[in-house]
Design a protein around this ligand. Sequence first.
Ligand SMILES: Cc1cc2nc3c(=O)[nH]c(=O)nc-3n(C[C@H](O)[C@H](O)[C@H](O)COP(=O)(O)OP(=O)(O)OC[C@H]3O[C@@H](n4cnc5c(N)ncnc54)[C@H](O)[C@@H]3O)c2cc1C
Ligand code: FES
Length: 258
Amino acid sequence: MSEHQENSIVHAVEPLTDSFHRLTLHTPLIAAAAKPGQFVMVTCGPSLDPLLRRPFSIHRRIGAEQIQLLFKVVGRGTRLLSELRPGQALSLIGPLGRGFGPVLADSVCFVGGGIGIAPLLFLADRWHRSDQACTILLGSRTGDELTQLASEFEALGCRVETATDDGSLGHHGLVTDLLAPHLAHIRKVYVCGPHAMMATVAELCKTAQVACEASLEAHMACGLGACLGCTIHGADTLYKHVCKHGPVFNAEEVAWKR
Ligand SMILES: Cc1cc2nc3c(=O)[nH]c(=O)nc-3n(C[C@H](O)[C@H](O)[C@H](O)COP(=O)(O)OP(=O)(O)OC[C@H]3O[C@@H](n4cnc5c(N)ncnc54)[C@H](O)[C@@H]3O)c2cc1C
Ligand code: FES
């Protein structure tokens, strides 16, 4: 079995911006088994509030024994994570779900929007090890959310293009605007971000006959396939559970417009 329940130890909590934080955890069993696109269920606090674990993508693996999570503070659970201190313990279950498939051995494009950028650094790192070129398109509300992440993708050899809602970095507009010129030259797109953005990317890829994998989000109570709370509609009209069948799907498996 590759899933573990493990008491990790907080190594560092680093604020990247006002709301984005990066948490480094010593968690040898989960780190050893983790693949890009998989996630962990995290007990966010020492008490029963919040009661349920929260899902987070594995942002990066550091060495053999640590993983990082990149998270945005949106509620009580993520607030508690942002207040952790080195040496504290944190219970994790993972790695969970179906991650990204094997990367193709020629040109690909990664597309990340907002906190959806989180799982793409782990994927880009795997890609980097294969010595192939890649492009990453990063979108966010403002440039300050992208600056550090963009430099980390560049350090992995990725060509980075950015788009921001307020025009403070790169293209003033949607990250999906940046994709069209690339579609004639690439074989596959890997995307994670807001649902509407991924639906647009899926549509553009379908029209251009480019393969696309998308990492979806849903409210998750268990992360283990037990509560059936993370249901989405599949293109085949059958229900799919994001925690078990995903979170990464081939874009054509998903009914994007339901
Ligand atoms: C597979 C998966 C991977 C994820 N990876 C990351 C990640 O890498 N970084 C990150 O910051 N977040 C990630 N999320 C979302 C993260 O789980 C939620 O932001 C977190 O659970 C919020 O907990 P909270 O207690 O702070 O907020 P809550 O008080 O529970 O909720 C605050 C607000 O966020 C909304 N919300 C909570 N969970 C979700 C969700 N799953 N989808 C959409 N909206 C939600 C609520 O509706 C509410 O409006 C991921 C979710 C999934 C399903
Ligand atoms: S979160 Fe419980 S079945 Fe998916």
